[in-house]
Write a protein that binds this ligand. Structure first.
Ligand SMILES: NC(=O)c1ccc[n+]([C@@H]2O[C@H](COP(=O)([O-])OP(=O)(O)OC[C@H]3O[C@@H](n4cnc5c(N)ncnc54)[C@H](O)[C@@H]3O)[C@@H](O)[C@H]2O)c1
Length: 253
């Protein structure tokens, strides 16, 4: 299957977790290059504000709720047509090792980070397969590649995202689907801001988070958005089933 170079100018792109951080930067990036962007998030106030700025369509939806997701994608199809690109980006993390994790922590993390993709991908894949073309980019993390202390559920869920991405490629690449994951290192988003705000020693915590990247700096949401955009672009045609690392060198050693 050949991806049309023109297709990047007029695609319908759905981004989950689009009201903040990496998802918002991704929505901005696709909007800036002429795509029809649909922003999904559970944070109604922020989503409405950011979508208005971009002139994007938006839906308040909790990605843990399969029925809401199905209804949302039905509404998307009715309003803007078939989805060409799906960016599964919504995610949460809980700071706990296995013994201090509650079952609720574990389930909530998997519901948002992994199970949501069961619902969103099943909503878009039939149409993509009918058309013989479709692109899915999943936000994983370096946490899917290496262990991180006190992130038991998070690391396990992000490994699952990488595995899930590979199964999409294994099952559907020959029918025109490209699925890839991105694995960012620490990125300066609101998420990280909240972790720092509640840290016992925010200065030391920031330093330790910065130093995980080999150049001592956190990534910027726009840098991850650029990687997602590339994977979804015709130039990314040869990438399929990959877990693209964009981590300032964290996992290089
Ligand atoms: N920031 C980092 O250092 C970093 C590193 C690697 C991977 N990631 C991944 O990037 C993704 C985005 O993270 P971020 O740092 O931009 O976080 P963020 O908290 O700034 O943004 C996450 C967005 O997801 C939304 N969201 C959360 N739960 C939701 C739900 N149930 N339904 C719908 N929307 C929901 C939030 O409202 C928020 O707008 C996540 O998957 C995260 O695991 C982040």
């Amino acid at each position: 299957m050949t991806e049309s170079v023109q297709s990047s100018a007029s695609r319908v792109v759905v981004v989950t977790g689009a009201a903040s951080g990496i998802g918002l930067a991704t929505a901005r990036r696709f909007a800036a290059t002429g795509d029809t962007v649909v922003m999904l998030d559970v944070d109604a106030e922020r989503l409405g504000r950011e979508a208005a700025v971009l002139g994007a369509l938006s839906f308040v939806v909790d990605v843990r709720n399969g029925e809401s997701i199905t209804a949302t994608f039905t509404a998307i199809a009715a309003q803007v047509g078939s989805v060409d690109v799906l960016v599964n980006n919504a995610g949460i993390g809980v700071a706990a090792d296995l013994l201090s994790s509650t079952w609720d922590d574990w389930q909530r993390t998997f519901d948002v980070n992994v199970h949501s993709m069961f619902h969103t991908c099943r909503a878009v894949l039939p149409g993509m397969l009918d058309r013989g073309a479709g692109i899915i980019v999943n936000t994983a993390s370096v946490a899917g590649l290496v262990g991180i202390r006190d992130r038991a559920a998070y690391c396990t869920s992000k490994s699952a995202v990488i595995g899930f991405t590979r199964t999409l490629t294994a099952d559907y690449a020959h029918r025109g689907i490209r699925a890839n994951a991105v694995c960012p290192g620490t990125v300066a988003t609101e998420w990280i801001g909240k972790i720092l705000a509640t840290a016992e020693d925010p200065v030391a915590k920031r330093l330790s988070m910065e130093q995980r990247q080999l150049d001592g700096q956190m990534g910027r949401p726009e840098e991850v958005a650029a990687a997602i955009w590339f994977l979804a672009s015709p130039d990314g045609r040869f990438a399929n089933g990959s877990a693209m690392v964009i981590d300032g060198g964290w996992t290089a050693m």
